[in-house]
Design a binder for this molecule. Structure first.
Ligand SMILES: Nc1ncnc2c1ncn2[C@@H]1O[C@H](COP(=O)(O)OP(=O)(O)OP(=O)(O)O)[C@@H](O)[C@H]1O
Ligand SMILES: [Mg+2]
Length: 241
């Protein structure tokens, strides 16, 4: 059975069979060099459905390295990463792309919106690759933008929006396909305190709605919003009690 077969499957019947959404087993990442950089030392992590987890650590500690692995944008040097119980480390690029599109929503510090598309188009485009039926795409995109308070900005280009509005557009894009997990890398890094608060309130609401969230940050007050916290220092992951 391939990853593509598994994507459409119904969830297992017994709750005890439900695997974590995210599971790292001894995952490492080294970058070649002289000497090589050990950006992630063997990491074990299990994140269950509906958890809101933050990973906090200083610059250069390995946060983006970890997020790139979790987002299937990079491969571990060693170890296994299971997403919804599906092994990914040795999956082919096509399978990994399908998993990424169907299972993961991304929010980045720098928004990464398409400047020449409208707010609505930016969100609509995300539905195309993730299996949302064509007839539902527009309604879903409009609903996602309503949810983040941007119904009045559907036809605007992202370039005229405030930073907070851009990040809320990015959150709508990340959740429109109903991913299994939302991965955010410094989501408030480019925002003033008021816009940061609006994005964090949105995360609280998404968590309350049952979404699994993993937020990477170097800010303690952002990290404190999560229900569970992990610290990363020099590539070592450690749970915060
Ligand atoms: N492609 C690469 N090649 C070599 N070294 C790398 C590469 N990517 C990251 N590193 C190194 O790995 C370590 C972790 O980098 P990473 O980008 O994960 O840090 P970070 O915690 O996200 O930092 P920041 O808060 O500044 O974004 C750093 O020492 C970095 O220099
Ligand atoms: Mg980083």
């Amino acid at each position: 059975m391939t990853v593509l077969d598994l994507l459409g499957d119904a969830p297992p019947e017994s709750p005890s069979e439900v695997p974590p959404v995210v599971e790292l087993r001894g995952v490492t990442r080294q970058f070649p060099g002289d000497p090589p950089v050990h950006a992630l030392h063997p990491a074990d992590l299990r994140v269950g459905a509906g958890e809101y987890l933050s990973v906090v650590g200083p610059s250069g500690s390995g946060k983006s390295t970890l997020l790139n692995l979790l987002g299937l944008l990079d491969r571990p040097s060693d170890g296994e990463y299971l997403l919804d119980g599906i092994p990914t480390a040795h999956a082919g690029e096509r399978e990994r792309a399908a998993l990424r599109a169907g299972h993961i929503g991304f929010v980045f510090q720098a928004f990464h919106l398409l400047p020449h598309r409208s707010v609505l188009e930016n969100v609509l485009l995300a539905t195309i690759y993730s299996g949302v039926p064509r007839a539902e795409r527009r309604d879903r995109a409009v609903a996602a933008l309503e949810r983040v308070g941007l119904s009045h900005r559907l036809d605007f280009p992202p370039t005229v929006l405030s930073g907070g509005e851009r990040q809320r557009t990015a959150v709508a894009r990340a959740v429109v396909s109903q991913p299994r997990v939302l991965l955010a890398d410094e989501p408030t890094g480019n925002l003033d305190s008021e816009s940061s608060e609006a994005v964090l309130e949105l995360f609280d609401e998404l968590h309350a709605g049952g979404l699994t969230l993993l937020v990477i940050t170097h800010e303690d007050d952002v990290s404190a919003r999560a229900q569970r916290r992990v610290r990363i220092a020099d590539g070592h992951l450690r749970e915060i009690a």
